[in-house]
Design a protein. Sequence first.
Length: 328
Amino acid sequence: MKRPRLLKVYAFVRNFMFSSVNKEFLIFLFFLALSGGFWLLAALNETYEKEFLLPVRFANVPKNVVITSNEDDVVRVTLRDKGFTMMAYLYSQQLRPVLLNYSNYANKKTGRGIIPTADIQKQLYTQLYGSTKIVSVKPDRVEFSFNYGESKRVPIRMAGVVSPGERRYLSDLKFMPSFVTIYANRRLLDSIKAVYTEDLHIVNFSDTISRLVSLRRIEGVKVIPNKVKLMLYPDVLTEESIEVPVMAIHLPADKVLRTFPSRVKVHFTIGVSSVRSIRSDAFSVVVDYAELAAHPSEKCILYLKTIPQGVRNARLEIEQVDYLIEQK
């Protein structure tokens, strides 16, 4: 049953392809492909210039040496040759990282090294076809720094803008790991107190975010790891209030200051998850006796002196109250 059906399909396709109309179309496609092939051959036979990015690597680095400059240093090499050769460079492994001997350039006294362009070109020509010319190499020289294992651990700090969505706030953030190891010369190690992330822009989020972030590069410093996980924990804001006792400060030992009322309300916003942890003794509302003694008045001014962590937009319900000063 299948064989007759296949024969019918084959006959239909053959008749369709070789009908008088389709024969002309096939001839057109043939010459179109042929002309395209000639055009491609002519184009590839032209001379082109193309810029390539090649990493710089070091060979024979002693085990006790740490290269502290950026590991992804590259040179921008502009080559000139026929299109066929450029295609070979683009789509093959012909061009490899520039490999240089560490001991030829390292200055042990300064902890730095300089590689001139001429040495880079010399190494590059060993990889190129004989017809290829190097038009330019940028930068003019490659500098690197190193040390002999001096390091320290420093914390990570966030840089940029992180803002949760409406009616939310950032209740906590964590880096994993929270510390990184930096390698550099002693002067840099002493000056660096923290390593910052690259500028972040994370806004209008409502759920916990986990993101891999890069750390900002510092010239002459190697950071391990150079990427860390950032965890952002938003929380919903809610309006709350709490009664707090009024206390006097700068009050002489032989006097008593009484306020009416003796407790006042403090209004504030806080994350829902932290509401239960807030207590009245975490706030402090005070009257300054020294101010009253210098400027007597019918009412005393209240000051919200202490606010617990996590509380936002704290404000007193009333800012002035009646008072009475008694002698003990």
